[in-house]
Design a protein around this ligand. Structure first.
Ligand code: NOJ
Ligand code: CA
Length: 639
């Protein structure tokens, strides 16, 4: 509902959130625009510049031509996700200047703003100078930008004054007063994605990922930047409730009712533990015979999908270097897509196809239309894509994945997939900025260090950072559920119970149960029961407790039943948590509990687990132990 013309009680240049707690103030001094953000009476973002440096774009004198504000009240319904309904209530301010508008929205838990450029010419964005002037003594949790492994790093705590090098968003910050902020962006299209660092004046500032020639973007007007988004909360756990990123994106323009979330197993971890290979040969994983075995296993395990990696021509030799020759419509002699696809169809199993581009985007774009048609013709409705490699090659040039060229390529894949009714799981992606509200066929991404790094490069604390950082940007394919903890090639750094906890603590519209099926069927059938029933689409998410990098406990209600699911993870320190079940409805529930044994430890006793059942109700409080590197999962079935 739009109600134009509402005036704020304060000056015309500020807007105040619907609950009156958050204020955005715009200031023009010495031909420069600045903003400030206040929470109650505290200035949480101080005098910060708003500016774009545009080549050949004459800046007129900076006079505010008009300002108006209005309140918008709406509840947005999502097709799938962590929450079916998202509150989209805000006060919007529109600051109109001669050649551009600054549009601002003040929510109860965030502020967002963007630059909208008018005109019809082609311009070069040389730089964006938006600042986020927070106290330098604030603590933040960050991963570095512009590194070869893209977003796949361990999170580290730092002080804001340490951010001399660019870091990725969402950048979560605790300012000295204890308020939590997360600086991110929403609706990223046709522009480089933002990284953040201190500028020459020691102010936290945007560093938009450049193209190979140094420009930030070449655009045709009218054009706008993504929303610059600052999420605001009183505690770390409250920050994880923030869904403003999604509602800053447009509703879908087409019918996406064909989109369905999916749980899948796959010809995958067997390659990581050295049993099979991607490349053809004696131990080739993606053979017709193995694919049929996995399809049969999925039926037995009650899982709907099967991923097949390494089916296509191009994996021979050093696949990271040779990937420039990958073919996406021809398979190795021992794999027959038509045969596998009709076998899967007869068993009612969805195949998850695979396109590893190795970052050779030109090679992929040359084949993409045919490649999607090939899958579509064989009834393959899901594709996992990958962009391994430190840079991508577009128009013969090496570009950053998260440059404007990269952003536009990934967008092309999402839109083409939508046309063919194909759903995507993108690895080495562009970070999430909520575009899955508009393009719900983009079911998930990787975009952080996942379990492929197990075997030495994953810390037990890593998944305790994700909910407060990376997962604020949307779901993640973490490749959960590796039960073969003591594998000699890839030793896992968690307890067994933690591996089921991930199905609740790490949301993903496409969720992989990543271990080999014989591990599930022969070794841990009872534990796999949880994996089988845990939903991939929730009606409601209720974060319970946690601290960044230490622990996280969350409850989620299934969208298709009255059941709830609880999950928790802890770092290298064991701890007990008390969980009030007050989120439940009235009546009795049967709790199926998968909890670390009292003597469990990720290092020397990872398999110790207590599996039990009991009846619980709303007024109960559960006292749950999580071992070092551990976690828990509980299904609460309504009786
Ligand atoms: C990196 C992806 O994250 C991983 O899941 C995949 O198996 C490899 N690339 C090979 O495509
Ligand atoms: Ca990866």
């Amino acid at each position: 509902m739009k109600r134009w013309g509402l005036k704020n009680s304060e000056t015309e240049k500020s807007i105040i959130s619907p609950d009156g707690q958050i204020k955005f103030e715009l200031d023009i001094k010495n031909h420069q625009i600045f903003y400030h953000i206040f929470k109650k009476d505290q200035e949480i973002v101080k005098n910060s510049k708003l500016d774009l440096d545009i080549a050949d774009y004459k800046k007129t004198n900076l006079k505010l031509i008009s300002f108006r504000s209005f309140r918008h009240d709406e509840t947005v319904e999502m097709l799938w996700g962590e929450d079916q309904f998202i509150d989209n209530t805000y006060v919007e301010g529109e600051f109109v200047f001669e050649k551009f508008t600054i549009r601002v929205r003040a929510f109860n838990d965030a502020v967002a703003f963007k630059y909208e450029l008018t005109g019809d010419e082609n311009v070069t964005i040389k730089n964006e100078l938006t600042e986020f002037n927070v106290d330098l003594d604030s603590t933040c949790w960050q991963i570095p930008a512009y590194r070869p492994d893209r977003y796949e790093y361990n999170y580290e705590a730092a002080k804001v004054y340490d951010l001399k090098e660019s870091v990725h968003t969402p950048l979560t910050i605790r300012i000295p007063s204890g308020i939590y902020l997360s600086v991110h962006e929403a609706a990223l299209y046709d522009y480089g994605s933002t990284t953040i660092k201190l500028d020459e004046n020691n102010i936290l500032s945007t560093d938009v990922t450049p193209l190979s020639d140094g420009a930030k973007a070449y655009v045709t007007l009218p054009w706008n930047t993504p929303w610059r988004l600052i999420m605001i909360a009183d505690s770390a756990i409250d920050l994880t409730k923030n869904r403003v990123m999604y509602v800053l994106n447009e509703p879908p323009k087409e019918d996406f009712s064909w989109v369905k979330t999916l749980k899948f197993i796959g010809i995958w971890w067997a390659m990581y533990v050295g049993e099979w290979t991607w490349a053809p040969g004696e131990r080739h994983g993606a053979t017709t015979a193995h694919a049929k075995e996995y399809i049969n296993a999925a039926v037995e395990l009650g899982i709907k999908g099967v991923l097949i990696e390494g089916w296509n021509d191009g994996w021979e030799g050093n696949w990271l270097e040779n990937g420039v020759n990958n073919k996406f419509t021809t398979s190795t002699p021992d794999f027959n897509l038509e045969e596998v696809a009709s076998y899967a169809k007869a068993k009612n199993i969805e195949l998850v196809g695979h396109h590893e581009t190795v970052g050779f985007v030109d090679n992929y774009e040359n084949q993409i239309e045919d490649a999607y048609n090939y899958y579509a013709a064989n009834g393959v409705h899901y594709i996992k894509t990958g962009y391994a490699g430190s840079m991508i090659t577009i128009n013969g040039k090496k570009e950053y994945h998260h440059s404007q060229a990269g952003v536009n390529h990934y967008q092309k894949t999402v839109e083409l997939a939508a046309k063919k009714q194909i759903m995507l799981d993108i690895h080495e992606p562009i970070k999430g900025t909520g575009i899955e509200r508009t393009w719900p066929n983009l079911l998930t991404r990787e975009g952080a260090r996942g379990q492929e790094y197990e075997g030495g490069a994953l810390r037990p604390s890593h998944p305790c950072y994700l909910p407060y950082t990376r997962l604020l940007a949307g779901g993640m394919d973490y490749t959960n559920g590796i039960f073969d903890i003591e594998n000699s090639v890839k030793r896992i750094s968690t307890t067994l119970a933690r591996q089921v906890a991930y199905f609740v603590t790490i949301y993903s519209g496409m969720t992989m149960a990543a271990d080999r099926p014989f591990i599930y069927k022969e070794k841990f059938p009872e534990l796999f029961e949880f994996v089988k029933v845990v939903p991939t689409n929730f009606e409601k998410t209720v974060p319970i407790c946690g601290e960044v990098g230490d622990f996280y406990v969350v409850a989620r209600k299934d969208r298709d039943s009255k059941d709830w699911y609880l999950g928790g993870v802890t770092d290298q320190d064991g701890r007990s948590v008390k969980v009030k079940l007050d989120f439940l409805d009235a009546g009795m529930y049967r709790a199926y509990m998968y909890i670390d044994g009292k003597d469990a430890h990720f290092r020397d006793n990872p398999y110790s687990i207590e599996i039990s059942k009991k009846r619980v109700k709303k007024s109960d409080i559960l006292d749950i132990y999580m071992a070092p590197g551990g976690g828990f999962a509980i299904r609460l079935e309504k009786i």
